[in-house]
Design a protein around this ligand. Structure first.
Ligand code: FAD
Length: 485
């Protein structure tokens, strides 16, 4: 008898989504991640939860409709992590004509006809706050609804939910060999120790490592797969509203500029084919310049490459680099344990992809029906339009919380905030402070309940406090985590 029904290699969004789905359907699941959860492509997405206008332009209407339905599911099951936003496309005389944009957005509205989000609209920028940040010539813009997500927290909360449904989540556990018999026998290096686990089926969800894991760990090379990388830049906040700006660039690519962690703006995406070590994906200077130029066509405030505070890059396998489609392959030869390979695809459709992946295993196990579309992620058991009420409730209960701090905490933990802050009556009750916001209580919670082991796990994936934390506070955090491990 195997130790587990399903072993998953890879703790990115695809791996944890499969783990959540399968654990909730009653399978005994183990997930092995060589580093931290979301350490690779899954914390480098454009953070958009959308039907994707670029896909609409390629006339993939069914795909857009499916993604819009997923967008609305996310707003229901993860109202803390996924926030609705009004996206704004300024009309540009040298780009797509206004009739085309208007028709496209009407179609977008139709494809999202069951959504509760407001429909698209035309905005006079000369009399609207969203025009303030833009250069003068832009008189009109088109506004439509989509969503923005905290991508790395989405990964972590999928893993938390999977674990609460019985899945074993092991970070710092690299799978180095997988032998395929009538069950899988996996050798792992788990925090320096060699261990063996067995499972009835295996999922290879290793993103940009998919081909190398297939070749060297599974010894079952895949037909030639290509990798692509995507990159974004983070700059200081360029505008005061909560909108996401969508800029048409000269090469017809759509460039997004979205609010990022209160004081910053995320601008992206630019991508190209990728070769090399997926653990060391970096952005070329020409790509940084490209995104700065795109922003400078529209924003009043100039952005130079020297203003870039951080670049965010990730790589994944792709079938079609232009379409960024995800892929899934199921191998179930007679007498051999099944193997599922899953990679790429948008964040928006990750839940559905995992649901379809696990459903492929139904001939092999008795399992309960699909469930993830209706069950909130941890902390997400409130209505999307009640986010502000949750913030108010948090401030009433923990009176020492400032407005923006409460917003960050509710966005991260939702209704689970009480597990982080407990009965604290003052800031001093939360233990040592690392910078303005991070406290010992939060760090302990992240180490105990969310697999945080090192400062970067907290500063860049469980939060983005690394953007503002000073070196002495980082050092103090490192010491505190070492002592608490
Ligand atoms: C070019 C491109 C553009 C994209 N643009 C967007 C976008 O605009 N919007 C959007 O929503 N999404 C976008 N995405 C999708 C998104 O960023 C990711 O593809 C998605 O998060 C799924 O990631 P994953 O789980 O497949 O891979 P990853 O997040 O990379 O996870 C794979 C994990 O496997 C682990 N691993 C590897 N080998 C081993 C081993 N031997 N043992 C244990 N663990 C191992 C790695 O450490 C890693 O954490 C884009 C993807 C690509 C490729």
């Amino acid at each position: 008898m195997a130790d587990y029904d399903l072993a998953i290699i890879g703790g990115g969004l695809n791996g944890v989504s499969v783990a959540r789905d399968a654990a909730g359907r009653g399978l005994r699941v183990i997930l092995l991640e060589q580093g931290d959860l979301a350490a690779a492509a899954s914390s480098a997405s454009s953070r958009l939860i959308h039907g994707d206008l670029a896909v609409l332009e390629r006339r993939a209407f069914l795909r857009v409709r499916a993604a819009l339905a997923e967008r609305d599911i996310w707003l229901r099951i993860a109202p803390h992590l996924v926030r609705p936003a009004r996206f704004v496309i300024p009309e540009h005389s040298e780009e797509r004509p206004s009739w085309l944009l208007r028709t496209g957005l009407l179609l977008y509205d139709r494809l999202a006809s069951r959504s509760r989000l407001p429909a698209s609209a035309t905005v006079d920028l000369t009399h609207h706050p969203i025009g303030n940040a833009l250069k003068r010539p832009f008189g009109t813009a088109f506004e439509y609804s989509d969503g923005v997500v905290d991508d790395s927290r989405l990964v972590v909360l999928n893993a938390v939910d999977a674990a609460e449904r019985g899945a074993v989540i092991r970070t710092g556990a690299r799978c180095v060999r997988a032998d395929r018999l009538d069950i899988w026998r996996l050798a792992t290096i788990d925090r320096g120790h060699r261990q063996v686990v067995t499972a009835r089926a295996l999922v290879n969800a290793t993103g940009a490592w998919t081909a190398s894991v297939a070749e060297t760990v599974l010894r079952m090379p895949l037909p030639s797969l290509r990798a692509a990388q995507m990159s974004q830049i983070v700059v200081r906040r360029l505008f005061d509203t909560d909108n996401v700006y969508v800029f048409q660039n000269r090469d017809r690519r759509l460039i997004f500029a979205s609010p990022y962690e209160r004081d910053f703006t995320l601008i992206g995406t630019v991508g190209h084919a990728f070769k090399g070590d997926p653990a060391a994906v970096s952005m070329a200077a020409s790509e940084v310049a490209y995104l700065c130029d795109a922003a400078n066509r529209y924003f009043r405030e100039r952005v130079e490459p020297s203003d870039v505070i951080r670049t965010v890059s990730g790589a994944n396998m792709v079938i079609n680099p232009a379409a960024r489609d995800g892929a899934m392959a199921f191998d179930h030869r007679r007498g051999s344990a099944p193997l599922l390979t899953i990679f790429g695809g948008d964040v928006t459709t990750s839940r559905l992809r995992a649901e379809e992946a696990v459903s492929r295993l139904t001939p092999f196990y008795p399992m309960s029906p699909r469930w993830t579309a209706k069950t909130p992620l941890p902390g997400g058991d409130f209505a999307s339009d009640k986010f502000d009420d949750e913030v108010e409730r948090a401030r009433a209960r923990w009176r020492f919380l400032g407005e923006s701090e409460a917003r960050r905490l509710v966005a991260a933990y939702g209704t689970r905030l009480k597990a982080v802050l407990g009965d604290a009556g003052s800031r001093a009750d939360l233990g040592p402070a690392f910078g303005a916001e991070l406290t010992g209580a939060e760090v302990r919670y992240l180490m105990t309940c969310e697999w945080a082991r090192f400062p970067d796990d907290i500063l860049w994936r469980r939060s983005k406090l690394g953007l503002t934390m000073l070196a002495p506070d980082r050092e103090a955090l490192a010491q505190f985590m070492k002592a608490s491990a």
